[in-house]
Design a binder for this molecule. Structure first.
Ligand SMILES: [Zn+2]
Length: 458
């Protein structure tokens, strides 16, 4: 299929250019590993003003502070902390060389590192870390640092560089975090976020977006110092599969080393999602304290992504009671006032962004209370798991918050669904179609992040 470029692309890029890969006619295939970037953030901390009985906002939920974006000149390549295991009873580590396990830097005076032949099984209980199979090895430390002369295997996945094991927030379980330099991290992101058959140019554009996003997350969480990781290794941040990356992924990262999206001297978080459906969302609407800057504002777009199965979707019909239970379960988990919801009477979209995407949903219940939800919070609430209800099948989910909604009897009807994911920033199916048409990765990035400039951060 030949896709005509329906827009004039303005190239505002300064810096390097790439050799454009030979154009191959490929159809985008199947369902992409949807990169719902920053989904976790939206799940746990969407910013909503609560309105009850039609009154003005009575509560700001939740209270979090905005974080400035990092300046472009980082100087050195950052090391990111990627959580690769969450809440495991135990982890099995392997390596071609001995594993060197010991305290993290802040606790080096409390214990000495020891060498272990792999595999090693580590767990944590009320008295500290336990190395199973090695009698007497127990450490009452805050975290364990794990290194080896060879890459370390966790389960079946091989990771570069260093691991740190932390007690999980759930007693008796552990989290594992890969501390990895940015350029070693990114190939394992591209590998999972794109189809292996996609154009080299799409990989190049994705490398810059993923780097820009990861740096801003790293900067934010390092500054906040509230958690021991910057990114999840799932679509909650961006998917990551360690060292298991193709040459196409590795080359795209190498070609763009240190390159980031910038705007007014700051690094732009390179949000992206699977399919924008022809119109993009504002970061400031989709994410708590998402920056309100030109590269991340919603715009109407040409339908480059129409090859995605989710370019248009629906209609969907959901039972009103079950939908309400899912919304309440989501609200309880996220401490949102919607937890008080009774039977749904009406759902309305009360605000749209400039591209026509819903920005704010109001849910009205039988008691007359009105609950407001940002677009992404609404989607997550509709798709949430709830006690006594099975996991929603894929075809019953809202793929995006770009949808029309109406209560009809005991059903909620969703019609005219558009796109897959939050719709902020780069559209992966659109980028692939542009690359198939020979459009340069720099131009693709310029199209999806208007007014951004490519610069080298290190
Ligand atoms: Zn799109």
């Amino acid at each position: 299929m030949v896709l005509r470029p329906p827009i004039q692309v303005q190239n505002e890029v300064e810096g390097p250019t790439w050799s454009v890969p030979s154009r191959r006619s490929r159809r985008a295939m199947g369902l992409l590993f949807c990169s719902l970037v920053a989904l976790t953030a939206s799940l746990t901390v969407s910013l909503v003003g609560c309105q009850q009985n039609g009154g003005g906002p009575v509560a700001v939920w939740p209270k979090i502070l905005p974080s400035p974006l990092p300046r472009v000149s980082l100087g050195a390549e950052p090391t990111v902390r990627v959580r690769i295991v969450r809440r495991a009873l135990e982890v099995t580590l392997g390596s071609g060389s001995d594993l060197v396990i010991g305290p993290v830097a802040s606790q080096q005076d409390l214990a000495s590192a020891q060498r272990f032949a792999s595999p090693v099984v580590i767990s944590h209980d009320s008295r500290g870390f336990v190395i199973r199979g090695h009698q007497g090895v127990r450490w009452a430390l805050d975290a364990l640092r794990v290194e080896s002369a060879s890459p370390i295997t966790v389960g079946s996945v091989v990771y570069p560089q260093m691991l740190v094991i932390h007690p999980s927030s759930v007693l008796g379980k552990v989290d594992v975090v890969n501390h990895v330099s940015m350029e070693s991290y990114l190939p394992g992101v591209l590998e999972k976020e794109l189809y292996s058959s996609w154009e080299p140019g799409t990989f190049v554009a994705q490398a810059v977006a993923a780097r820009s996003y990861a740096i801003t997350e790293h900067y934010k969480h390092s500054k906040l110092a509230k958690r021991f990781f910057d990114l999840e290794s799932t679509t909650a941040s961006q998917a990551y599969v360690g060292l298991n990356a193709s040459s196409r992924a590795r080359e795209a990262v190498a070609q763009t080393r240190g390159l980031v999206l910038s705007y007014k001297g700051r690094i732009v978080p390179g949000y992206y999602s699977s399919c924008c459906g022809g119109s993009s969302q504002d970061a400031a609407i989709a994410f708590p304290h998402g920056p309100d800057i030109a590269p991340l504002r919603g715009l109407r777009r040409a339908g480059w992504c129409h090859q995605s199965k989710r370019y248009r979707w629906g209609p969907l019909s959901r039972e009103i009671d079950a939908l309400g239970r899912r919304m309440v379960a989501w609200a309880v988990k996220n401490k949102h006032p919607l937890a008080q919801l009774k039977r749904i009477v009406q759902i309305q979209v009360t605000k749209f962004n400039r591209s026509g995407r819903p920005a704010l949903f109001i849910v009205l219940d039988t008691t007359g209370k009105r609950y407001s939800l940002t677009a992404e919070s609404f989607r997550f609430a509709c798709n949430a798991n709830a006690p006594g209800l099975g996991k929603l099948k894929s075809h019953a989910k809202l793929y995006s918050s770009h949808v029309q909604v109406q209560v009809v009897g005991d059903k909620v009807q969703f019609t005219d669904g558009r796109g897959f994911g939050h719709g902020v920033g780069m559209c992966q199916f659109g980028a692939e179609a542009m690359a198939q048409n020979g459009i340069d990765p720099a131009q693709i990035l310029s199209y999806y992040y208007p007014q951004s400039i490519l610069r080298r951060a290190y």
